[in-house]
Design a protein around this ligand. Structure first.
Ligand code: PMP
Length: 283
């Protein structure tokens, strides 16, 4: 079905969206993005997503393009109305823009390319969680700026496809014997009865869902430690689950054929799902 997207100041049909092959996003993967859920026809936690986008732009030296952010909420509201989105997702993609020659060095005053379009993802029902999901562990070979939501996702793509091709839901990443994150998610574990998640820093994306879950746990008097999680801690945890905007809680009950806990979905995994689900239903 055709849908209306926003591209560089215009509302057009998705099939009519074209950009130049000289766009730095195409040639260098030079740009940043956001994925914003829409619930009940409203962008979800929009200020947090815009704040992270601002931070990504700043970290790649695109601070002069902050003006775009001022318009984004309005653009999203227009697209929600035009496409009659109720529960959906927005993909926001901002590249450094068009340059007439292929050159690593970008000129001053280059105009960014801005795309906002709807995407549909199937959020798992609670029923779907009950058998748990399989994960695998790989070395985190990505760059040391994973806190930027960069459109250069080749590392994540290769790592996620390793999982997909080998019958796993997610690849959990290890650097220097410590858990960083998933190829497309943040990770929580329960170890010795304590809920833990890796610290923020250059090695992980500051997930909006991670942040929301920590807040909801703390409001419900459940302690969460943001701390180093070793590979051993991970593999010997009672529970492991992934969080992301597209699937806010996915329990991992087996990693590389080793059962996590007793191999069933644990109480904190369900609690995470329920807390976020309740938060959304009360919007
Ligand atoms: N880490 C990575 C590498 C991701 O790609 C994502 C989701 N896109 C996340 C974490 C989770 O972030 P969020 O909760 O904001 O979707």
């Amino acid at each position: 079905m055709s849908q209306i997207i926003y591209l560089n100041g215009e509302y057009i049909n998705r099939d009519d969206g074209k950009i130049s092959i000289m766009d730095r996003g195409f040639l260098f993967g030079d740009g940043v993005y956001e994925l914003v859920p829409i619930y009940k026809s409203k962008p979800f936690l929009i200020n947090k997503h815009l704040q992270r986008l601002r931070s990504s732009l700043e970290l790649v030296g695109m601070k002069t393009d902050f003006a775009i952010i001022e318009d984004l909420e309005n653009i999203m509201l227009q697209l929600i109305a035009k496409n009659k989105y109720v529960d959906h997702f927005f993909y926001v993609h901002i590249t450094r823009g068009y340059q007439s020659s292929r050159n690593h060095v970008y000129p001053d005053g280059i105009k960014p390319t801005v795309l906002v379009m709807g995407e549909e993802y199937k959020v798992f029902s609670k029923e779907k969680l009950k058998n748990g999901f399989k994960g695998c562990v790989r070395e985190d070979f990505r760059w040391m700026k994973s806190n930027i939501k960069s459109i250069s996702l080749l590392g994540n793509v290769l790592l996620k496809n390793y999982a997909a091709q080998n019958g796993f839901y997610e690849t959990l990443l290890i650097r220097n014997k410590k858990l960083t994150e998933g190829s497309a998610s943040n990770i929580f574990v329960v170890n010795n009865g304590k809920v833990m998640t890796p610290n923020l820093g250059v090695e992980i994306l500051p997930g909006i869902t991670r942040d929301l879950l920590i807040e909801l746990f703390r409001k419900n008097n459940i302690d969460v430690e943001e701390t180093d999680v070793s590979e051993d801690d991970l593999l010997n945890s009672e529970e492991v689950w992934c969080t992301s905007s597209t699937n806010y809680c996915v329990p991992i009950t087996e990693i590389d054929s080793k059962k996590i806990g007793d191999g069933t979905v644990g109480e904190y995994s369900y609690k995470s799902y329920d807390l976020i689900n309740k938060f959304i239903s009360e919007l």
